[in-house]
Ligand binder design. Structure first.
Ligand SMILES: NC(=O)c1ccc[n+]([C@@H]2O[C@H](COP(=O)([O-])OP(=O)(O)OC[C@H]3O[C@@H](n4cnc5c(N)ncnc54)[C@H](O)[C@@H]3O)[C@@H](O)[C@H]2O)c1
Length: 247
């Protein structure tokens, strides 16, 4: 699929990896709808006819339904969905010595809601649009190498593993309609959220364990998204963009 004049929805596109993905679409002549909960971060994106910035909490189905309607009103169809928004909480299953002894259920639920349930709801709305309008579209789900099971990340690893599994399901269900679905699993990327979420000592250790001895850049993920969309023969697979790191 060519990116020129395609309509792409990107969740969490106001910062981090999502912002680089939005930039990549704009540079390649696509029109982008950015759904993000953070108005201030949305304001940092360029203003043009080719971008529609919507404040949207993707954990609220009514806000998703409204955003889909606004997208159709402005751009008439949807060719691409990138389920990128996600949050990370690291907490061991049990911490016997601390007051909060067990991985909190509230944090579990929040991580599952944003990283797994929201992509499912958005995917269902967008797939319906693609199939009924006979659009041969692409859905890209941003996973993580943590899907393989990262210590201290019960909720996040489970959510990302679920997202990768759902990618396979959608590839099978939608392939007959010409819709492809691909997951991309970044390793440790040099983004603000990584430096906030992961202790610098652990990050240094991860760099050492990475065969190419460096963190990835947001642009590496944006170029993987471009590849997944342009290559018409990839579906139901996860592209691991992690410098060769094995968890
Ligand atoms: N940065 C990394 O190293 C890394 C590694 C592996 C996977 N990932 C995955 O890549 C994706 C992007 O990560 P990032 O590091 O760029 O994160 P980030 O925190 O920099 O950006 C996430 C964006 O999502 C938005 N968001 C959060 N909750 C939302 C909600 N309920 N509704 C709408 N928008 C919401 C935030 O406002 C933010 O703009 C995530 O799915 C993450 O799990 C990142």
């Amino acid at each position: 699929m060519e990116l020129q004049n395609k309509i792409a929805i990107v969740t969490g596109g106001a910062s981090g990896l999502g912002k680089a993905i939005v930039q990549m679409f704009l540079e390649n002549g696509s029109k982008v709808v950015v759904l993000d909960i953070d108005q201030q971060a949305l304001n940092t994106l360029e203003e043009s006819q080719n971008i529609l910035k919507l404040v949207c909490d993707i954990t609220k189905e009514e806000e998703i339904a409204k955003a889909i309607e606004q997208t159709k009103e402005k751009f008439t169809k949807i060719d691409i969905l990138v389920n990128n928004a996600g949050i990370l909480y690291s907490e061991p299953l049990i911490s016997i010595m601390s007051e909060q002894k067990r991985h909190s259920k509230e944090k579990w639920q929040k991580v599952i809601d944003i990283n797994l349930t929201a992509p499912f709801v958005l995917g269902s709305y967008v797939a319906e649009q693609m199939v009924t309008s006979r659009t041969k579209g692409v859905i890209v789900n941003i996973s993580s190498i943590s899907a393989k099971g990262n210590a201290g990340q019960s909720a996040y690893s489970a959510a990302k593993a679920g997202l990768e599994s759902m990618t396979k399901v959608w590839a099978k269900e939608l392939g007959g309609f010409g819709v492809r679905c691909v997951a991309i699993a970044p390793g440790f990327m040099d983004t603000e959220s990584t430096h906030i979420a992961v202790n610098e000592k652990i990050l240094e250790e991860m760099k050492k364990q990475t065969p190419i001895k460096r963190l990835g850049k947001a642009e590496h993920i944006a170029s993987a998204v471009k590849f997944a969309i342009e290559n018409d023969h990839i579906s139901g697979k996860t592209l691991e963009i992690d410098g060769g790191l094995v968890l």
